[in-house]
Design a protein around this ligand. Structure first.
Ligand code: TXA
Ligand code: MG
Length: 325
């Protein structure tokens, strides 16, 4: 069922559904999430079942504000507080020590918890309504089946779950790729997943350099090498290699998504925006469109090397990795 996120009566129904322990897909400024009340392990189990996601992969808990974050955190380390002050509400998730006995299914059994305060007005209206019904946090991974492309429109979510899940429609997601995740539970902050915030922006707010993830970094399914995959085979090619490949005999069912060049007439083509935020905004929708148009193979021009493109480059390399072995 599709509910209009701008209709107060529909928002109330959605909040009641969540409070009763049911699943609800909700819009955020990054991507749509598949939500359940974070304090109800049985409700959260429905998320893992619907997604086909292993139950030891932790979910992000969405809260209305920093005060509600404290309901889930054993402590908010100073670096987490600085990041929250700067970027909340917005596309940043902090990993902090989890309060004992709280939201353990949401955390996939880890002793830390991922917390995010979304900026999307419909998400905020829903959380405010749900809070009145006793819901302090909504556990929500991206509303796609495990390993597939995250949804940035309500219609994408309906496709993923064949209309079986209630979807709160808040329009097209502005950011388009998932939040940046910073692990603040260890001695130094670690960037577990890049998003649209640049490392320089995060470091300026954190007041210290970000460390690269190491072997002890907690498992994050969005950080598996092969993830965010459309059905078509994806190849990520640097501009020279793409130009060269376009001169060769082209495979049937080819689609090209490129920033600086066009394929020969007759090849399905989408032009990638020259600016990273605009590219992030449309990325997942373009992959879905090319899939829907019947592309068998998608050749994508690798983004420029500068760090503003880290989030887009990360998603593209994982989409391509699904087919490299
Ligand atoms: O933008 C977003 O973050 C979206 C929207 C819906 O908020 N959510 C999202 O959730 O991308 P998901 O579950 O698809 O990705 C969350 C990532 C996963 O890779 C998960 O493993 C990681 O966050 N994560 C969550 N809690 C964690 C924890 N305690 N320790 C380490 N990683 C964690
Ligand atoms: Mg995901």
């Amino acid at each position: 069922m599709l509910l209009n996120g701008h209709d107060p009566a529909a928002l109330r129904r959605a909040a009641e559904h969540l409070a009763a322990g049911e699943l609800l897909a909700l819009p955020t400024e990054t991507v749509y999430g598949l939500g359940a009340r974070a304090d109800d392990d049985a409700a959260v189990a429905k998320i893992f079942a619907a997604k086909g996601r292993p139950s030891d992969h932790p979910l992000i808990v969405h809260v209305l504000d920093a005060a509600d974050a404290e309901a889930f955190a054993a402590e908010l380390p100073p670096v987490a507080r600085r990041l929250m002050n700067t970027f909340w509400p917005g596309p940043l998730t902090v990993i902090v020590p989890r309060k004992a006995g709280v939201a353990s299914a949401s955390a996939g059994g880890q002793d830390t918890i991922g917390l995010r305060c979304p900026a999307h007005p419909v998400a905020r209206a829903l959380m405010a309504e749900a809070r009145q019904l006793g819901v302090q946090g909504i556990a929500a991974p991206s509303a796609n089946r495990f390993g597939r492309v995250s949804p940035t429109r309500a219609a994408h979510v309906e496709e993923e779950f064949d209309g079986q899940v209630w979807v709160l429609d808040g329009g097209d997601c502005e950011v388009g790729i998932e939040s940046s995740i910073v692990d603040c539970s260890r001695a130094h902050p670690v960037l577990l997943r890049p998003g649209v915030l640049t490392p320089a922006e995060i470091e300026a707010a954190a007041g210290e350099p970000l460390q690269a993830p190491d072997a002890q970094a907690p498992r994050a399914s969005g950080t598996l090498a092969a993830h965010y995959a459309p059905r078509a085979v994806v190849r990520l090619l640097d501009p020279a290699r793409l130009a060269d490949s376009l001169q060769q005999k082209l495979p049937a069912g080819l689609a090209v998504y490129s920033r600086t060049m066009s394929p020969p007439a007759g090849v399905l083509h989408r032009a990638m925006p020259g600016e990273a935020k605009a590219a992030a905004h449309e990325l997942f929708a373009v992959l879905r469109e090319l899939d829907a148009a019947g592309a068998q193979e998608i050749w994508i021009e690798a983004p420029p090397p500068d760090s503003g493109w880290d989030g887009v480059r990360d998603r593209l390399s994982r989409a391509a990795a699904a087919f490299s072995h």
